[in-house]
Design a protein around this ligand. Sequence first.
Ligand code: GLC
Length: 585
Amino acid sequence: MTRIDSTPAPASATEAITVHAASAVEGSWWRDAVIYQVYPRSFADSNGDGVGDLPGVTAHLDHLVELGVDALWLSPFYRSPQKDAGYDVADYRDVDPLFGTLEDFDVLLEAAHARGVRVVVDLVPNHTSDQHVWFQAALAAEEGSPERGRYLFRDGRGAGGEEPPNNWQSIFGGPAWTRTTRADGTPGQWYLHLFDSSQPDLDWSNPEVRSEFEDVLRFWLDRGVDGFRVDVAHGMVKADGLPDWDGHVAMVDGTETPDADGTEAVNGSGNSGPMFDQDGVHEIYRAWRRILDEYEGDRAMVAEAWVEPLSRLARYVRPDEMHQAFNFSFLVAGWDAARLRGVVESSFRANDAVGAPTTWVLSNHDVVRHASRLGLAEPENRPNGLFATDPQPDAELGLRRARAASLLMLGLPGSSYVYQGEELGLPEHTTLEDVVRQDPAFFRTGGAEAGRDGCRIPMPWAVDAPAYGFSPDGAAWLPQPASYAAHAADVERATPGSTFDLYRTALRVRKAEALGTGDLAWLGVFADDPHVVALRNRDVVVLANLGDAPVALPPGAEVLVASGELTDDAGATAVPSDTAVWYRA
Ligand code: GLC
């Protein structure tokens, strides 16, 4: 094993540095599952209204089967005024007509199960829509009434109550409080919304709120879902008295700082303050876990919790709580070998301590797609969307790195999440016109942040069809960039070496080699290398070259899959810059 530059191999060249032992726990599908996120409004539109729907998902299930994923997670499809693309739920027990009907859901579930694909649904418990019957009843009810007690209504500060009850800011920008108007037209109390004003926060100290959501869980478990992705899982319990906070609610900027005892890197992926990660939240998940455990079939929950450091996040996946939590520290680690290794190690240290599998994720519906993010001048930066006037990502470099990053991710033990379209190498839409934007973050920041629309563009299914086959008639709720033609699924499925082909091959090998339940040891020769991440998982070496100099494979290495063309260097197979490979030595 040599690097093709002048760096001498350290004495420990042949040593392997063990980080994680192979999983001894058998039979829990979620421990090593590859879970595909379907964002229904952008997946496939069956009825021509320009918005994807549940029958559209059913129609494309074979794409997921061919890809080789174990499960799909559906972002919200419930009744909703769609002020935050469905994360504002008006009825937790019904499908929005935009997406179809409950019968359509049952058909999808059955069709997925018939293909051996599990289905995870999204649960949004931190807030409801302002159109939910509870909130409408609260607005109509007296101050101090039980109806108001399901939410966080408070009197304002100042003589006439004209100041918000505290200084919290919404994650989407602007104050986290909106003032109500009484029936007689005079200004009334304020209500809390950590997100848009159309998303009032529930009061989780109210037992009625708890029992309602336990009932919602049962509703979907009875229908046969395999699990839940829990939205804003770190936000439901707020500190007593809702104290002022001088920090910033918005996600921090990705700078790396050591934690208090200096042993664990934090990566700026966390939300902090009196509205997040309060100890009381764990009791809710213990109660939910007891409900899931009553059901047959190994149902699972995954926390969306922007919490750090990772040891703190691991509290959500203790044996009697959730099964998984998204590992956003990996997502924000950028394209930096030392930082990636640091996150991998911290992840295993924290999760192994509680016996939970680690998850890995690079893209979702809230962040700039990694095929574009990794092509930015500073890939560890995580802008909330991009404007056409911003410095644009290098598309070719971004895709090259994205493919390498994905191959690295899929070679790690644990469970991986794949966001729809990343298997096609889709870039972010970075030149959307402001008139088509829909993300409340764009509006609430007065247009200062582009928001998340650019990662939510409708999928390209067929290169020669209107809207690239997204809808029967070419309608699409957001326009697709011309660059999507080259990524259309029909082309990629048929093209050896395409990004789809890479994912398909990687998932097949991952399964055959049982990498998801494997072990992890750093290859000693690269353990401190600033440009190479190299690990052994069972019999497979996973090596990503993030530097400029090619890295030679050992003689006789059997390459299983590579994210790009390998080169020949004086008779040795070499991994060029921004490329990853799996091989058996
Ligand atoms: C989560 C969702 C995001 C949504 C927010 C409010 O972060 O992933 O899309 O806007 O919660 O529900």
